[in-house]
Structures are given as C-alpha cells and as structure tokens.
Design a protein around this ligand. Structure first.
Ligand code: NAP
Length: 515
C-alpha cells in the first residue's frame, strides 16, 4: 500500500498512550527527538489505567515500583495505589514532560501496512485520517482487547451485561441478582466491592486462584513529607521493594520447589479467612502456586463467605434470557452478568491491523505463537517496535521496569540508525530464532509450564509460554542495554526521482557492530 496523497507525514508514530506509549514519548522528547505523535483510540490518555475503572480497581504491585524511575511520585496515598491515582499520575506525566502537543485522540488504528518502496508505514485510522510514518512503535499493550467468552445463548440475555473493562457505573447494581463469570485478578478486586450492595451474587469459578495476603496500608503524611524533602529516601524505598519482588523469580523460574513454602502461606491465608471447610475445599486450587498469576487480597475470601454469595463451580452450559444455566441443569436467575474473563493476551493484534513486508499479516507471522527479538522487533516488520511485546510480561515484579528497558532499547536503535545512515532496520531471522529458542528452553522448566495449570500465559494452540519473561528483570535490562546493529539488516533509501511520485529503492547497507 502506498501513501495516500492526503496522508500526514511524521517520523515516528506511537500507538497507545498508556505507560508504554507515554514512556516512549517522554524518552524521545528528552533525547531531543520531536518529530513524533501518539495516536490514541480514546479521548484521553492512560491505556489500561483509563479503561479499567471497575469498583476496587487498584494496582497489585507496590506503587513506588509501579511508576517511572524518572518520575517518582511521593504523594501516593497507599502502598498499592487505586486506579484513579495511577491515571492521574499518567496525566501529570504527560503535562510535566510536555507530551500533550504530540497526542492525537480518537485515532483508533485500523491498519498499519509496510510500504517497502517508500520504507514507511502507512497508517489508516477509524476516523478516516491517514498517516505515513518511518517508524511505528506499538504501545498497545497486551491487556487491551477484552475477552467475551463464547457461551451459547449469551446474545439472548435480556438483562444488563458488561465486561470488567467496560464497567457501567450508571447501572444500579443495588438489590440486583448478579452473576460474575471469572475469578482472576480483576474479579477478586470488584467482587468484594459489589457483594454488599447486590441482592444475590453467583460467582462462576472455573479455576480457583491462589491468593496471598495483601500488605497494603495508607501511606502516612509524614512519609510523603519525607519523600518530598529527601527524594533519595523514596529511591531507597523503591530499591528495597524492587529486590524483594525480584527475589520471587527464584521460585517461579529457577527453583520451583521453593513455591511449596509460599503455597503453605496461601493455604494459611485461606484457612484463616474461610472457616467453612466445604467452601474452603471449593476455593483450594489443585495446581502449584505461581502456575497462574498469584493474586493478593484481604477482602476477597471474606466476601465469598457472605450469606448472599454463592460460588458455583459447575460449568456453564448456556445463558437464557434471564439466567445462567449450568451443566447440571440448574438455572441461576440473573439481572446482570459481569464478565471478569480477561483479555486476548497471546493474540494482541486483530487480523488486518499490522501488515509487514510482502503483505504478511502479523497474525500469520505468529501462527505458531507470538515471538519477537527481545520482545521488541520482528523479522518481516522493518522499523516496527513493540513495547510489552511477546515474552516481556512479568508475574513477579513491575511491568514498568520492562517497559522502560524496551523504551531505552528502541531509543538506542533509533540513534544507531541515525549514526549509520539507515532509514530502516529489520531484525535477522536467525538472531530472533536463536533468542527465542533460549527463552523457550528456560520457560519449559519454569513453574508456569510445570505447575499443572492452564493459563493465559500459554498460547492455546501450541502450549508455549509466549507472554512471560523467564527470569530476573535486571537480566532483561542487561540484554537490552546495548543495541547491536549486527543483529539487524539495515536499509537506506536512495532517491531515484525528485518528482511528486518520488520512488525510493531500498538497498542493504553494511551493518557494523554498534553499541
Ligand atoms: P484473567 O486473569 O485472565 O481471569 C479471567 C477469569 O475468567 C479466569 O478466572 C478464567 O478462568 C475465567 N474465564 C475465562 N473464560 C471463561 C469461561 N468461558 N467460563 C468461565 N470462566 C472463564 O483476567 P483478569 O482478571 O481481567 O486479569 C487479567 C490480567 O490483568 C491479570 O492477570 C493481570 O496481569 C492484569 N490485572 C492487573 C491488575 C493489577 O492490579 N495490576 C488488576 C487486574 C488485572 P480460568 O482460570 O479457568 O481460565
């Protein structure tokens, strides 16, 4: 696809304005690069922290670590900040680092097609706008496309139905019969909030999660004052949390036997909070802790002990106009269905959205599961960079650490390209393959594959873990610390004609090692 005549031209297009897109924009600006924009599908910024605003939505990683290293916030009100504070933090960063002029709201990406002749990405947006960009950076995240399960009869339901990501605060839940489907990280946060308000809540649990106590507390005004006056103290608090969380990798990835003692703590938490042995049995997972994301909560189990809450474990057979019907034929009447059923993590891009060289859809490139070099670049997709790409997810520490490492790597790539006079780069297939073989070898031994569970970490087609980074975050930072041009093909555009229909030819230029 060639550029539309009325396409706006930009050097760098970033898609998405969550932690990833915003972090990238801030670092570009700080590096003196100004020819970029952020295309954001919604009317405001914040990504997952704008979209998810269900009752009780909060971070399950301590906020001193779940924030940019270059923008500490001394004013978090809790150890685990609630969603409105995190969203406000991102808004504040956009203002503080002067990113607002680069934001284009209501720009939902329809398609990004690589134009080999021009060495550019041609983007089309749902609002009809066209854009031609040399570099395309995806900050679209892995938790943005909601999963609506394929349950027979769902379309016949006559009551209210919504996904946790699209919470309808105008719908009065008070006094209603509510069916919640799913018991993941989102559901365990909103169930305790709505249980006291509804007449009855049926919680449809397919697999019980492992839940640990949440060491949450309000941060004291004295702490805030100290952090404001002595930023070094906040950096130390962040470092302490970082290493505490980082140590958990030992159990997840290198010595899964260590998870036994963690599991004992979780069982103790369950026993203390759920006196009824039958309910306790229902809530006890049959896989090793850590296999699925370990959740933290102090109010989820108590909510399930309420008189007006039932945990239903029989599978859902169908949905009728006013009820959920389970496989045993029991009808569970409902006025409202709430889906806490998660996101399309292993297939983050819909078909037709990202088309690389030779018209190859990224969906087909990832037929056998998503993969990328350092979770960032992909053969066949020149000048395309992903943040929070394949195998960069974490089950043990803050994603912002991975995002910042990827952002720095991309920045180094752009700087190396400029130095070497390359208009486009494309990772060498053998480099990417060898990297992924090493990642997959490590993952095969980790608890996520050996713990006896099915999770969204694993690609449903191949069973490969295509989402998580298999080790310490400092190891990923180390790998992304240098950009090696030798890992890439480099192309330069040589001008053939200066007419309006300028044609560019791509030629491989010699690529030398670049730090
Ligand atoms: P999730 O962890 O994927 O949980 C989805 C739940 O829905 C699971 O319990 C799953 O059961 C169930 N489910 C899916 N399809 C179903 C079906 N057809 N019938 C019955 N049950 C079904 O989704 P999530 O809770 O939205 O969380 C997603 C991720 O978002 C988290 O893992 C986390 O990374 C992130 N998150 C983070 C925070 C935070 O505080 N930082 C908060 C919320 C979410 P199975 O387990 O049997 O598949």
């Amino acid at each position: 696809m060639s550029a539309s005549p009325n396409a706006e031209t930009i050097d760098i297009a970033i898609i998405g304005s969550g932690f990833a897109g915003l972090g990238m924009a801030i670092r570009l600006k700080q590096a003196g690069i100004g020819d970029f924009l952020i295309a954001e599908q919604a009317g405001s910024l914040g990504g997952t922290w704008r979209d998810n605003h269900y009752p009780g939505c909060a971070c399950d990683v301590q906020s001193h670590v779940y924030s940019f290293s270059f923008a500490p916030n001394p004013r978090w009100t809790r150890m685990f900040a609630p969603q409105p504070e995190i969203r406000a933090y991102l808004e504040d960063c956009a203002t503080r680092f002067q990113i607002r002029p680069h934001l284009r709201f209501h720009h939902e990406l329809d398609s990004a097609v690589y134009d080999e002749a021009a060495l550019r990405w041609q983007l089309r947006f749902a609002n009809g706008k066209h854009l031609s960009a040399r570099v395309l950076i995806s900050g679209m995240g892995a938790l943005s496309r909601a999963v609506w399960p394929d349950i027979p009869g769902l379309d016949t339901f006559a009551g209210k139905a919504f996904h946790s990501q699209q919470w309808d605060h105008d719908y009065p839940l008070d006094g209603k019969r509510v069916a919640v489907i799913g018991t993941g990280a989102s559901a365990i946060q909103f169930v305790p909030q709505i249980a006291p308000r509804v007449a009855h809540l049926d919680l449809f649990q397919r697999t019980p999660p492992w839940i640990m106590p949440k060491a949450d507390r309000a941060l004291k005004p004295r702490e805030t004052r100290l952090f404001e006056r002595f930023p070094l103290l906040q950096r130390l608090a962040r470092a302490r949390l970082y290493w505490m969380l980082e140590a958990r990798v030992l159990g997840f990835a290198t010595h899964p036997a260590l998870m036994k003692s963690v599991q004992k703590l979780a069982l103790k938490h369950l026993k203390e909070q759920v006196p009824d042995p039958v309910l306790r049995e229902t809530l006890t997972p049959d896989y090793t802790i850590g296999c699925k994301r370990v959740l933290i909560s102090n109010d989820y189990y108590p909510a399930l002990t309420r008189e007006n809450v039932d945990v239903v474990t029989t599978g859902i057979a169908r949905i009728e106009h006013d009820a959920v019907v389970t496989a045993d034929g029991v009808r569970h009447p409902a006025d409202c269905l709430i889906f806490g059923t998660g996101f399309h993590v292993t297939d983050p891009f819909a078909r037709g959205v990202v088309i690389g060289r030779d018209g190859l859809d990224i969906v087909d490139t990832w037929r056998d599961g998503a993969h990328a070099y350092l979770g960032t670049t992909l053969p066949g997709h020149p000048n395309f960079f992903m943040i929070v790409g394949p195998n960069t997810g974490l089950g043990h520490n803050s994603m912002v650490l991975m995002i910042e490492a990827q952002v720095k790597y991309i920045l180094r790539a752009l700087q190396a390209m400029r130095r070497e006079g390359a208009d486009a780069i494309e990772v060498r297939a053998q480099v990417e393959r060898a990297y992924n073989e090493r990642v997959q070898q490590k993952l095969a031994r980790a608890i996520w594959s050996t713990g006896g569970c099915k999770s969204w970490y694993l690609d449903p087609k191949t069973g490969k873990n295509t989402t998580l980074w298999p080790g310490f975050t400092w190891r990923f930072r180390h790998l992304t610390r240098r950009f090696r041009m030798a890992d890439y093909y480099a192309y330069a555009a040589s001008l053939k004609s200066s007419s309006a229909n300028t044609e560019h030819a791509s030629v491989a230029i010699p690529s030398t090692e670049t730090a």
